[in-house]
Write a protein that binds this ligand. Sequence first.
Ligand SMILES: Cc1cc2nc3c(=O)[nH]c(=O)nc-3n(C[C@H](O)[C@H](O)[C@H](O)COP(=O)(O)OP(=O)(O)OC[C@H]3O[C@@H](n4cnc5c(N)ncnc54)[C@H](O)[C@@H]3O)c2cc1C
Ligand code: SF4
Ligand code: SF4
Ligand code: SF4
Length: 387
Amino acid sequence: MENISRIKEKCVGCKSCEQSCPKHCISMVENKEGFWYPSVDEKSCIECKVCLKKCPVENTEFHRNEPHKVWAWRNKNDVDIMRSASGGAADSAAKTILQMGGVVYGAAYDEQLAVSHIEVTDEAEREKLQSSKYVQSDPKDSYTKVKQRLSEGKTVLFTGTPCQIAGLYAFLGGNPENLYTVDLICHGVPSPKFFKKYLEYQNKQTAGRVIYFNFRSKDKRGWGTQYLLKTKTKTKTKTKTKILSLDRYGKHFMDGDCYRESCYKCAYANTSRVGDLTVGDFWGIAKSHPSFNSPKGVSSVFVNTEKGQKLFEMMRVLAEVEEATLEEGMVKQHNLVQPSNRPVIRDTFYKSIDEPGFIKNIKVGFQPKARLKSVLPNKLIQKIKSL
Ligand SMILES: Cc1cc2nc3c(=O)[nH]c(=O)nc-3n(C[C@H](O)[C@H](O)[C@H](O)COP(=O)(O)OP(=O)(O)OC[C@H]3O[C@@H](n4cnc5c(N)ncnc54)[C@H](O)[C@@H]3O)c2cc1C
Ligand code: SF4
Ligand code: SF4
Ligand code: SF4
């Protein structure tokens, strides 16, 4: 039948089709790996093709713009930059829109540490969106809510992976004046099931419950890829920090052998951007702008549209900024050039996900460079990087 079923593995999981079907005959079903895909109740389908029209895989050219300015960004607020993944640019955009009385959508943990897109309407909730959650965020019904808020005349900011932003534009069928979008440089997403299994493993290991997980903690070693995990038992609360690549989950996120299939053919892994702004880690800052570098983190901000320029002007009061070139912003940003490579091990990675020892059997290997990095003082690492 002529409906969304034909998208198959190209599906990015944005849920626009599910939210659009006039007959409500699309449900999102989790496969064995833990990624959701549309399933159509063919008996109820009237072949209206609305789902195909609203799918970003069918509409890849939606709002694609080359960046016309690139900035290095460091949030001036110490608390906010420390809680953010890089320089707190996405957070500054959120703060700006909330101050205008608008609403913000982004990825947040729930009580069980499952990640989904939520609506934030006040300052106190903004914290939930800070920092990167390296797992696919469930868009749930966020597109429907955005549409509702836009029709109420609210200013809306939507933050997320480029495919989620593209899904939103396809869902809305246009670019309303009161909508701003921020996309992330993105190298791919592991399945929520993999992250859930990992948390269960950590619970077992600590005979407690993981109550906090920050993939990009700066508390111990500053800006980098180090996580902080907090577990609670009956008697105490413990914290643990580790370099991501030395961890069972983090290693595979970094290696890119556990991503959603669509990530290996990502249509957004280039400089033709979907969001009004694009944000990422300014990994090349130590070399290109050494005096701007900071252990608290530096974001790269790519201004892609006129609306992006307007948002940038409104939020720049919150940060120290320095203009950079596109080439400087692209240093160590493989995913602005091409999608992540699909390693052969991806074929079998999720094979034993339902078996009891799945996480325990993951080997992280010796990795001498990462182990050395984890014991060297951060200042020294920064010095080496700048050379
Ligand atoms: C899966 C993933 C892969 C990434 N890959 C790269 C990369 O290859 N190179 C690079 O430079 N940067 C990458 N990033 C972006 C980077 O980690 C930071 O999010 C970015 O630098 C913004 O930092 P910030 O300090 O401005 O944002 P913060 O102020 O910390 O805000 C974080 C923002 O990210 C959004 N977010 C967090 N988790 C998710 C999620 N799972 N799905 C959708 N949105 C989410 C939140 O809604 C929020 O707007 C990736 C992020 C994710 C989630
Ligand atoms: S073709 Fe129409 S009725 Fe059928 S699944 Fe798509 S949106 Fe629903
Ligand atoms: S990409 Fe989005 S709209 Fe297209 S099939 Fe997948 S969930 Fe549906
Ligand atoms: S790599 Fe591409 S397809 Fe995968 S989550 Fe990121 S933007 Fe979406």
